[in-house]
Ligand binder design. Structure first.
Ligand SMILES: Cc1ncc(COP(=O)(O)O)c(C=O)c1O
Length: 480
């Protein structure tokens, strides 16, 4: 072998290959060598070829190799030994893990019929929102590009205060409104500011699973309080734990049963909160969608003293917006703002202002009116299809408010029945039993109808109705 070919053979032993999509040759070499060192292909203390020989191997100029070696040197991945060449460093950082996380199920993907939290955002609305966002970014002041008020955009808070005064009977100063990234975030902020881990909290049973999840996660001791046709049974809460520090309720449209809290219960709940200095967390998530009768005054409209009102844009606009709000009693605004400083600021300013523009221009109100009739149509189609397919196997409670419907199974069926029917019907529905802390009472299906195509709702209703009929018929025969 001649000297040159001996040198070439030595150089060819380096197991690297260049990424030619990188324009700079020095960077190509650096990237390839860095990966080879970090991946353990080039061992610690191994001598690297001279710049001349590596340049020959890789077909690049020698100064590209020199630049790459210098870069690796400043990364701490190679060492230069005086007069003896360049070596892979003796001490290398631990190899970063490239193992993907273990497989786990994430509830996402295309939402199928009956999935909750779906809405319809039409092209007109989205175009207006997009143009508002674009304009808000293009004309942002220095202030709007900064951190700003931790309560969120004043424009949006003002619009919300006006909306609540006109529609929910709540009179509040925009200074008491705090913008959050969803109902659960609002709840968490309230528990951080107003409660302590271990505090007892009344929770409607059955109730909103996501709120239960949040409250449990932050260490609240949940006190299940049953719900009847007049809402949360306050007397039962008083018997179980009168000194609880808070109650989470959905008075306008109880989730999931759909009942409205009676005035007597509202008064009793407010009286309990006042006398025991407890907080009421009022989740008013879907009152914009009332299909019959006048809108009901919110608890916070009856007495704001001990009530934290939580509203959301998830139903009027869409869930991916992650925009909701709290209306706080004036005396606790500062505490909540201080608690927020430990968590986050607020959702992006531009989006808040863009949504506030939809409100001040009347676009959101018009969209809500259009969606109210669209969702009413979906509700009626679903109720009819389900009744026709299920015969008497399901008792359907057609709601006068909100975006989900309950279909009850007969009492005293084996507890897995609803799960089996759901599986056979292949529908994405939550079960009433999954919303209960105390697993007593009839089971049934919670059927979201907003934002789903009517054809898809009809087909899914037929599958669910038939599966319920088959199962209940079989259960009847077994009982006889
Ligand atoms: C009872 C209840 N509260 C609140 C929400 C909205 O939650 P968020 O504002 O986090 O989207 C929903 C959503 O479907 C709900 O069912």
């Amino acid at each position: 072998l001649t000297t040159t070919s001996r040198r070439r053979r030595h150089a060819f032993e380096l197991p690297i290959c260049l990424d030619r999509s990188i324009r700079n040759h020095g960077l190509q070499v650096h990237t390839a060598l860095r990966s080879a060192i970090i991946d353990g292909l080039l061992r610690p203390q191994m001598k690297l070829p001279s710049s001349r020989s590596l340049a020959e191997q890789l077909g690049v100029r020698r100064n590209a190799i020199v630049a790459a070696y210098e870069h690796l040197f400043s990364d701490g991945l190679v060492e230069a030994r005086h007069g003896a060449g360049t070596y892979v460093a003796a001490q290398l950082p631990a190899r970063p893990s490239t193992t993907p996380p273990a497989q786990f199920k994430i509830a996402q993907g295309p939402r199928r019929a009956f999935a909750l939290g779906n809405t319809h955002a039409d092209a007109f609305l989205l175009r207006r929102l997009a143009s508002n966002v674009r304009r808000r970014i293009a004309t942002a002041t220095d202030d709007q590009l900064g951190y700003g008020d931790p309560r969120g955009s004043e424009h949006l808070r003002t619009q919300i205060a006006r909306h609540l005064a006109a529609n929910r009977g709540i009179r509040c100063d925009p200074g008491c409104v705090v913008i959050v990234s969803g109902t659960q975030h609002g709840l968490r902020l309230c528990t951080d500011a107003l409660l302590s881990p271990g505090d007892a909290v009344w929770m409607e049973d059955p109730g909103y699973y996501a709120a239960r999840n949040t409250l449990e996660t932050v260490g609240m001791k949940l006190v299940p309080v049953p719900v009847d046709a007049a809402g949360i049974v306050v007397a039962s809460g008083l018997r179980s734990n009168p000194s609880a520090k808070a109650a989470y309720v959905t008075p306008s449209h109880q989730f999931p049963t759909g009942v409205t809290m009676s005035m007597a219960r509202r008064v009793a709940l407010l009286e309990w909160a006042r006398s025991s200095k407890a907080w009421i967390m009022e989740d008013d998530y879907d009152s914009e969608f009332r299909f019959a009768g006048p809108p009901l005054t919110a608890l916070a409209g009856l007495s704001g003293e001990r009530v934290v009102y939580i509203g959301t844009f998830t139903k009027t606009l869409f869930a991916g917006l992650r925009l909701a709000y709290l209306v706080l009693p004036p005396g606790v605004v500062e505490r909540v703002v201080l608690a927020r400083a430990a968590q986050d600021r607020f959702p992006p300013h531009f989006m808040q202002d863009a949504v506030a523009d939809l409100m001040s221009d009347g676009i959101l109100a018009a969209h809500t009116r259009r969606m109210r009739s669209r969702y009413r149509e979906a509700r009626d189609a679903l109720a009819t299809a389900l009744k026709n397919a299920a015969g008497g196997a399901l008792r359907i409670a057609v709601p006068t408010q909100g975006l989900h419907m309950l279909a009850y199974l007969p009492n005293r069926l084996p507890k897995e029945t609803a799960m089996h029917i759901r599986e056979v019907a292949d529908v994405e529905t939550k079960l009433l039993s999954e919303m209960r802390i105390n697993r007593r009472g009839p089971d049934g299906f919670i059927l979201g109808f907003s934002g789903h195509d009517i054809k898809e709702l009809n087909a899914a209703a037929r599958r669910l109705g038939r599966a319920a009929k088959d199962h209940c018929g079989a259960a009847d025969k077994m009982a006889r």
